[in-house]
Design a protein around this ligand. Structure first.
Ligand SMILES: CCCCCCCCCC/C=C\CC(=O)SCCNC(=O)CCNC(=O)[C@H](O)C(C)(C)COP(=O)(O)OP(=O)(O)OC[C@H]1O[C@@H](n2cnc3c(N)ncnc32)[C@H](O)[C@@H]1OP(=O)(O)O
Length: 360
């Protein structure tokens, strides 16, 4: 059976999550198959003999001759699957039954207990800022949660923050194709990431244990319930960062809180307290921090005993008329960001953040 574009994309994501370095020879094979699958036969001039790295890459790609794109795609998927082996396979599968902890994620802790799958952002020293790898891990965890035996899925953070948004060092890892290539890849990544939330089939709950920034705030409009500690704050400083709204917030926020309140947050970066966010409908309920975990988990355990099919079908009917619109909004927001990320305003803001400690 031939592989689909989705299989190919999944394989690309798997490569980023490989625990063991597969070695240069395999990496060259992967590179060559990827280029052949996406661009066809080698179409760039042969690098000079002393340009060792690019020459090795060129040799590997050129060596595939006129291998059809479809076959290259198939070979790429097969190679990745042989590298992933059973351990990484199991990392994206939730074992049915109680109390299982899934291995294989670097900055997430995914557990399944009492029919609830909990995805914990687990990078507390960086306030749970989301690295490129974490975007992929969260997508894999959501995919696994959508297929496991749990009936509710929870996203929460470890330490004092819920999440400080996109890790701003994601801007520093510029590939040979330059900022434009990085921006394009990031735009696809962001689109896929947000799509996973739009399409998630089970009730999805955010347990906002502390301050939330950027994308961790905007995607809240795609959750079914948002519980917040009274320590939590909600901040979307997009203009300060030379960026623009994502996570479908340009559509969900005005709908949830009205256009002027949404503008204060999304254009002017007004930070809301948990109480304010609740009054504006972004948060379902606020709990005192001292009893937050106990009260929330007691409530969620009770909800998890409700008939799962009824909950899933109710979610589907509540959301289905919006899905097409949300996908269109997501695509448009990612497209706008593609040029925002290449703007001076954005670059300067990122440089300011990254150099702030050096200035102290
Ligand atoms: C062209 C390339 C495009 C690439 C794009 C990739 C895909 C993008 C998808 C876009 C999606 C989303 C947009 C957003 O989310 S915008 C919001 C981004 N977040 C921020 O602006 C927050 C930045 N952080 C802060 O303002 C502060 O750190 C804080 C969260 C208010 C906490 O302040 P604090 O004083 O209490 O703690 P601090 O010492 O600053 O932080 C502790 C360590 O954590 C590091 N850290 C915190 N947040 C981030 C972050 N977002 N990115 C990277 N690092 C972060 C901080 O640097 C400290 O580290 P260290 O101890 O100095 O090593």
């Amino acid at each position: 059976m031939s592989v689909t574009q989705k299989d190919f994309e999944n394989a690309m994501n798997q490569v980023k999550l490989l625990k063991k370095d597969p070695g240069n020879e395999v990496k060259l094979k992967l590179y060559a198959l990827y280029k052949q699958a996406t661009e066809g036969p080698c179409n760039i001039p042969k690098p000079g003999a002393f340009d060792f790295v690019n020459k090795a890459k060129w040799d590997a790609w050129n060596g595939l001759g006129s291998l059809p794109k479809e076959t290259a795609r198939q070979n790429y998927v097969d190679l990745v699957s042989s590298l992933s082996g059973p351990s990484s396979e199991s990392s994206s599968q939730v074992k049915p039954g109680a109390d299982s902890k899934q291995e294989g994620y670097e900055n997430l802790l995914v557990t399944s207990e009492d029919r609830i799958t909990k995805i914990l952002l687990n990078r507390p020293t960086k306030k749970n800022a989301i690295t490129t790898q974490m975007y992929h891990e969260i997508m894999l965890a959501l995919k696994a949660a959508s297929q496991d035996d749990s009936v509710l899925t929870v996203l929460t953070g470890s330490g004092d923050y819920y999440c400080s948004g996109n890790d701003l060092t994601n801007f520093t890892d510029i590939p040979p194709g330059g900022v434009e290539e990085k921006a394009k890849n990031s735009s696809f990544l962001l689109r896929d990431f947000v799509n996973c939330f739009i399409d998630f089939p089970k009730p999805l709950v955010a347990v906002v244990n502390g301050p939330a920034v950027g994308i961790s705030v905007t995607i809240l409009g795609l959750f079914d319930i948002v519980y917040a500690s009274d320590r939590a704050t909600f901040h979307t400083p997009f203009s300060h960062l030379g960026q623009s709204p994502e996570g479908c917030s340009s559509y969900t926020f005005p709908k949830i809180m009205g256009s002027s309140k949404a503008a204060e947050m999304l254009i002017f970066g007004k930070k809301l307290t948990a109480g304010e966010a609740c009054a504006q409908g972004l948060v379902t309920q606020v709990f005192p921090d001292s009893t937050f975990q106990k009260e929330v988990w007691t409530r969620l355990k009770a909800y998890s005993k409700l008939p799962p099919n009824a909950m899933r079908i109710s979610k589907e009917i509540i959301r289905k008329n919006e899905k097409e619109k949300l996908h269109a909004v997501n695509a448009e927001e990612c497209n706008v960001l593609l040029s925002r990320w290449q703007s001076d305003e954005c670059m300067n803001a990122v440089v300011n953040f990254l150099s702030r400690k050096a200035k102290l």
